[in-house]
Design a protein around this ligand. Structure first.
Ligand SMILES: [Zn+2]
Length: 319
């Protein structure tokens, strides 16, 4: 199956720090974006728009709880789509962020202004408050802007937190150093749904934000721990992509393990990063997993910097 190119990747590419002499691209026009709503199970829905991070929504008699909130300009459309379900007229009461990246937290400010309470891991608040550089450790990097005070989570947690509404125990559980250092996987145990944030994505080789404390080993651990904690018939919402299942996550984890093993072997053999790219050591996986955001060489960068624990490696010039 060919990897689908996800437009968030286009946006992220637009925000990549351009090499000298190249102008930054304009961000895409979101005015025409439409919100697609998918019923997942029970009172849990998945919302997609402009291919930012997937939103999970618990919609019921107590109101609405969101997991992630896409981009600020889409907030009104998201609110209208939720109201259009005809389940409740009550507002969004709580939002849990799976991690700090702009395509998952852009709506924090407008929703908080409208009365929602923002919840996230401690490191999400820290990174939203400071801004900083996100990236693989190699040439793929972009700036996360410092956010307004009103966009910051007001409730933070270290290990886990639960929101008890709509007859559901919505539990956010932190897994360290995966996609970033502030990831949470969100479990809706009654509806049998889990939102994995960007620890699991379907656009191919994943972006692992090594610059923000992410690591491939942590991502593997988060996926395996999640799989061990859920029933076989669970519905899995990825950070990007369609509603999924444990078999697909297992295949993804296997790819992460196999590609890591190849890079570790090359490291043991004393191969340099450039030699690994010249040797095309991940060629086996390119057709299925290389994508416009994280191509095969970017993923070699990711694994190299992650496995050698170089979080602040100097940026390498674009070719
Ligand atoms: Zn992300």
């Amino acid at each position: 199956m060919r990897t689908r190119v996800v437009p968030i990747l286009a946006l992220a590419s637009a925000l990549l720090a351009p090499p000298a002499g190249v102008n930054a691209q304009e961000p895409p026009d979101l005015s025409k974006a439409e919100i697609k709503v998918t019923h997942v199970a029970g009172n849990i829905y998945m919302l997609e728009g402009s291919d930012a991070g997937n939103i999970a929504a618990s919609v019921g008699e107590d109101g609405i709880v969101l997991v992630d909130d896409e981009y600020a300009p889409l907030a009104e459309k998201i609110a209208a789509a939720l109201k259009g379900l005809g389940v409740t007229d009550k507002p969004v009461r709580f939002i849990i962020n799976t991690h700090y990246h702009f395509d998952h937290t852009g709506g924090n400010l407008p929703f908080a202004d409208a009365g929602a309470t923002l919840i996230a891991h401690d490191n999400v608040r820290t990174r939203l408050a400071s801004g900083g550089t996100a990236g693989t450790g190699g040439s793929m990097h972009f700036e996360e802007v410092k956010r307004a005070q009103g966009a910051l989570p007001v409730i933070t947690f270290d290990r886990d937190v639960s929101v008890h509404l709509n007859g559901e125990d919505i539990r956010a559980l932190h897994y360290p150093a995966g996609h970033t250092d502030g990831d949470a996987v969100i479990f809706f145990s009654k509806a049998n749904v889990v939102h994995m944030g960007d620890d699991y994505v379907q656009y191919g080789f994943p972006f692992i934000d090594v610059r923000s404390g992410g690591s491939v080993r942590g991502m593997i651990a988060a996926c395996e721990a999640t799989l061990a904690a859920v029933p076989a018939d669970v519905k899995i919402i990825p950070g990007h992509g369609a509603v999924s299942n444990p078999a697909e996550v297992r295949e993804y984890v296997q790819m992460l393990k196999d590609t890591s093993a190849v890079v570790e072997k090359a490291l043991r053999a004393g191969r340099t990063l450039d030699q690994m790219k010249e040797d095309k050591i991940l060629a086996r996986w390119s057709a299925k997993y290389s994508n416009d955001f994280i191509d095969t060489n970017s993923f070699i960068d990711t694994l190299y910097y992650s496995l050698t624990n170089q979080r602040d490696a100097p940026f390498r010039k674009h070719n």
